[in-house]
Design a protein around this ligand. Structure first.
Ligand code: ADP
Ligand code: ADP
Ligand code: MG
Length: 446
């Protein structure tokens, strides 16, 4: 078993990983930026070392500094969390080269799947249905226009290296496509330093349904069911739930078989998520694979009773999966809301600052994953997500009641949050009736 894990992240996910390690008797090393001297992850880890100024490029994305700390402290492994270096194949390759175990898939697979257009080709070849669109990346505007004529508008242009909901645009006509082709290329270059883009058909009013998989280093792979993440604002998830109401046992089994077969075929290891769009007729199309732990992993943990972070560490330690597919039972329902430090009244502008008063909800079936505390100052430099409120109940209805109650109980004074925005969704008739898709928030004017 791994003995000392360096956690190359911050915020609630760093805390989540440190706690899992502690429960497993594994020592932890935190790295932190000058802005995070008083952060919870810095305090909770066995050792903590400052790796640079607030700016991510100089700290949490500073590969050399992080690897130096790993060597200096004798860490045998690095958990990258999500965001930052979690999907950086150069970083995982550097870890491999200096004999530090990167807790995730191999560098080759991160590289292959991180390129969204290549990932689509790979999955298609492995028998997974994909969203119709360009074969690989687009070479010219003319090619995009030709293809769009064939597959019919609306179409979507996407950055091949994209993530976090960025670098995506819809075109409804040839004129729009011609204009946006240049825009998305520019955005992709700026945000991801890679201007390759691809095109796919817009699936109308889809659900976002993703499968959580675990694969060990001996060719065994299981899935832990799906998560429905259709409640999104600007392609970013806000509320997630499992099971998805549009996935029945038959489709779950079919999709599960397709994903586990594909994962085995490409030789993927550790935890991963395969994202699909599902249309009204329940056709499903592969969209992308995330080669890391997801923000919304806790809802899967609640219904399967499997600790995904611990599984990641066990797999990276060279252990065999102790579960077979038939051992996986989905128990009840779970739902998560992402609490962000932002102001919905001001176009969701981030709202960092000092938390002057704090009360976190608790109780039966309520879990809060967070790194905030009273008097903590949220730095302006990083992601605005400050907490995840997760509930577990027998039914979807019970989850909605519990989540409403928990979120309403939450008090974060001194800053603005999206709590009221979340309550509005939870009280919405259509949401309650399960009548929603990825356009839900937009169609509410949000
Ligand atoms: P999830 O599916 O887990 O919600 P997201 O795509 O929302 O994943 O990303 C999780 C975190 O990683 C978010 O904080 C997001 O901003 C960040 N992230 C994901 N991809 C990128 C990227 N390519 N560049 C920068 N940040 C990213
Ligand atoms: P990211 O890497 O930023 O997570 P994704 O490719 O996963 O990007 O897409 C993010 C979201 O954008 C999806 O969850 C979905 O809501 C929407 N989306 C992406 N592709 C399509 C498509 N072809 N048709 C309709 N919606 C899409
Ligand atoms: Mg995605």
């Amino acid at each position: 078993m791994l003995k000392k894990v360096l956690v190359a992240n911050r915020g609630e996910i760093a805390v989540r990983i440190i706690r899992a390690c502690r429960e497993m008797g594994i020592r932890t090393v935190a790295v932190y930026s000058e802005a995070d001297k008083n952060a919870l992850h810095t305090t909770l880890a066995d050792e903590a070392i400052c790796i640079g100024p607030a700016l991510s490029q100089k700290s949490y994305l500073n590969m050399k500094a992080i690897l130096e700390v790993a060597c200096l402290t004798g860490a045998d492994s690095i958990h990258p969390g999500f965001g930052f270096l979690s999907e950086n194949s150069d970083f995982s390759k550097m870890c491999e080269e200096i004999g530090i175990k990167f807790i995730g898939p191999t560098a080759d697979l991160i590289e292959l799947l991180g390129n969204k257009s290549k990932a689509k080709q790979t999955m298609k070849n492995a028998g997974v249905p994909v969203v119709p669109g360009s074969e690989g990346i687009l070479n010219s505007k003319e090619e995009a226009i030709e293809l769009a004529k064939k597959i019919k508008y609306p179409v979507m242009l996407k950055a091949s290296a994209g993530g976090g909901g960025k670098g995506i645009r819809i075109a409804n006509s040839e004129n729009e496509l011609a204009r946006e082709y240049d825009l998305v290329k520019q955005e992709a270059k700026l945000s991801f330093n890679d201007d390759s883009i691809y095109l796919e058909k817009v699936i109308e009013n889809p659900r976002h349904v993703e499968f959580q998989i675990l694969a060990d280093e001996y060719g065994n792979c299981i899935h832990l069911g799906e998560r429905d993440c259709s409640i999104q604002r600007r392609n970013q998830k806000i509320i997630e739930e499992t099971p998805s109401s549009i996935i029945d046992e038959k489709i779950r089994e079919k999709m599960g078989q397709i994903v586990t077969k594909a994962v085995k075929e490409i030789g993927y290891t550790n935890a991963g998520t395969i994202e699909f769009l599902v249309d009204k007729n329940k056709n499903f199309y592969f969209m992308e694979m995330n080669t890391r732990v997801q923000v919304e992993h806790p809802i899967t943990e609640m219904v399967t009773d499997i600790d995904i972070i611990k599984e990641q560490i066990k797999i990276a330690s060279g252990e065999k999966l102790e579960y077979k597919q038939k051992d996986i039972k989905i128990n009840g329902h779970s739902m998560e809301a992402r609490i962000n430090a932002e102001n919905p009244a001001k176009n969701f502008m981030p709202c960092p600052g000092t938390i002057t008063g704090l009360h976190l909800p608790g109780g039966n079936g309520i879990r809060v994953d967070t790194a905030i505390y009273a008097d903590y100052t949220i730095p302006p430099t990083y992601d605005s997500m400050i907490a995840k409120v997760i509930v577990h109940g027998k039914t979807r209805g019970e989850c909605i009641s519990k989540l409403k109650s928990a979120v309403a109980e939450l008090v974060v004074e001194g800053i603005e949050t999206n709590v009221d925005f979340i309550l509005t969704i939870l009280n919405d008739e259509k949401f309650i009736a399960n009548d929603y898709d990825t356009s839900f928030i937009e169609s509410q004017g949000g």
